[in-house]
Write a protein that binds this ligand. Structure first.
Ligand code: EPU
Length: 440
């Protein structure tokens, strides 16, 4: 299988990119379509590896689902006939645990494998399971089989407060609460725009969900009714990747369909770094100012600086004047790219940071006594040179490809199927900006 890129870097990349639909909205919208008892059509679904895996998984449950056009997916949930999620398919895609919602609504009980850890952290679902229990779901984990067994109550109801926000947790509890006669209240929810997109889809279909900041109130309805094809929002993580990629190479970029309000804090940081931003009818244009300045960032959930953006930002900062820091608060293992960037000559080191109250400060489940590396310091500007790089996780993958495009000479980036889990037409889009990249 072709799983590497050969990249010849050192050229300024400039031009226009049309953003694909957001991965982290599309996956949830496909799962939410299983809540209907009729055919649903979704538009602007990116053809990425994660979506393709999810479609396989859903087919294995008996539903009919396929791309009917480049970015249009049709889902017919009426033939759904399995309430046990296949372990092999589920292990390939983390959002598989979100299938609790449609399967519990449809069958009253289900078996879903533990999504387990992944390379960016332990990623437990303890808060989510706690939320399901407080809505009345009977759920237990059978360690012998590695599956959760869950049973839907006759009448889901209640109030649940997340101890710390969870993006997919919020979405799963919303989907679990759409039907019924009682009101369900969710507090301290996550605020990502992809969650708003899911709510718009469900409300367009008759659900009654009101969200005000981190408070969500859901009045149950009897059924969802498909009205018209629903269009997924453009991918803000993809936008950030291409902005950092073009600027890091010294080029400029125009994004036509970017929703600027979804990346406000990122734009603020760009301005602090001296980046010029112009909005016109042709889109939003980003170019370097007189010089690129170093800027520190700290990741937090939306509306803060997203954890998904920090690997791209770190590469950009290798080209900025001065020292900058990245403080990762959301996941405990999001610096897999650091050792790889050092192979290209980047000057990055881990810093010890004393935190007053780490259990509150970090969004992952902090374990006292365990060693964490949550802060890096980057020196800039440095000339990067080519090398052989290995991708460990999706966003790290985009940052390594970016670094290879900045670096003088040839690089090999291995494990690109991980990058392509989340980026549609990456090779074509980079080529359109003038990048020399080939998949082998
Ligand atoms: N957490 C727990 N227990 C839980 C739930 C979360 O400890 O029950 C921890 C997580 O391990 C993490 C923190 O809480 O340390 C925040 O996790 P959250 O649940 O918000 O993240 P997620 O829903 O698993 C989604 C995106 C991620 C994105 C984060 C943050 C999807 C499919 N994934 O993950 O996207 O980084 O929210 O916004 O929507 C990516 O696209 O590459 C990606 C990793």
């Amino acid at each position: 299988m072709e799983d590497s890129y050969i990249i010849k870097g050192g050229k300024k990349l400039s031009g226009e990119v049309k953003l694909s639909g957001a991965k982290n909205a599309a996956l949830k919208m496909i799962i939410a379509s299983l809540l209907f008892d009729e055919k649903v059509v979704l538009e602007n679904i990116p053809r990425i590896n994660d979506v393709i895996e999810l479609l396989h998984l859903i087919k294995s449950l008996g539903a009919k689902v396929d791309f009917v056009d480049k970015n249009q997916v049709e889902i017919d949930p009426t033939s759904l006939n399995q309430n046990k999620v296949d372990l092999l398919h589920a292990s390939k895609i983390r959002v598989s645990f979100m299938l609790f919602a449609p399967l519990l609504h449809k069958f009253g009980s289900c078996f879903v494998p533990n999504p387990g850890g992944c390379r960016i952290g332990a990623r437990p679902i303890d808060r989510i399971v706690e939320g399901m229990k407080s809505l009345g779901v009977e759920i237990r984990y059978i360690s012998r089989t590695g599956f959760y067994e869950a049973k839907m109550p006759d009448k889901p109801r209640g109030i649940f407060r997340f101890s710390k926000p969870s993006h997919t947790g919020t979405e799963l509890l919303i989907m679990l609460s759409v039907f019924g006669k009682d009101k369900i209240v969710l507090e301290n929810c996550a605020n990502e725009p992809e969650i708003d997109n899911l709510i718009s889809f469900l409300n367009q279909s008759g659900a009654r969900i009101v969200k005000e900041n981190s408070l969500i109130e859901i009045d149950g309805v009897e059924k969802l009714k498909f009205k018209e094809p629903f269009k997924i929002i453009p991918d803000r993580n993809e936008a950030v990747t291409y902005i950092c990629l073009a600027l890091a190479t010294g080029g400029s970029i125009s994004l036509k369909n970017l929703l600027l309000e979804n990346i406000t804090i990122f734009v603020e940081k760009l301005k602090q770094a001296g980046v010029k931003i112009k909005t016109s009818n042709n889109g939003i244009f980003f170019s370097r100012g007189k010089s690129l300045q170093s800027v520190n960032i700290e990741t937090t959930p939306h509306p803060g600086f997203m954890t998904d953006w920090q690997p791209n930002w770190a590469v950009l900062m290798t080209q900025a004047q001065g020292k900058s820091t990245v403080n990762e608060r959301v996941f405990e293992n999001r610096f897999s790219y650091v050792s790889e960037l050092k192979k290209l000559g980047a000057k990055i080191r881990f810093l010890e940071k004393k935190v007053e109250n780490p259990k509150d400060f970090y969004y992952f489940n902090y374990v006292r006594g365990k060693k964490y590396n949550q802060v890096i310091e980057i020196d800039g500007p440095v000339s990067l040179h080519g090398g052989a790089l290995n991708i460990a996780d999706l966003r790290a993958g985009a940052s390594l490809a970016t670094a290879a495009l900045v670096a003088d000479g040839e690089s090999v980036v291995n494990g690109v199927s991980i990058l392509e889990r989340g980026y549609e037409d990456f090779v074509e889009k980079v080529r359109n900006l003038g990048g020399e990249i080939k998949k082998i």
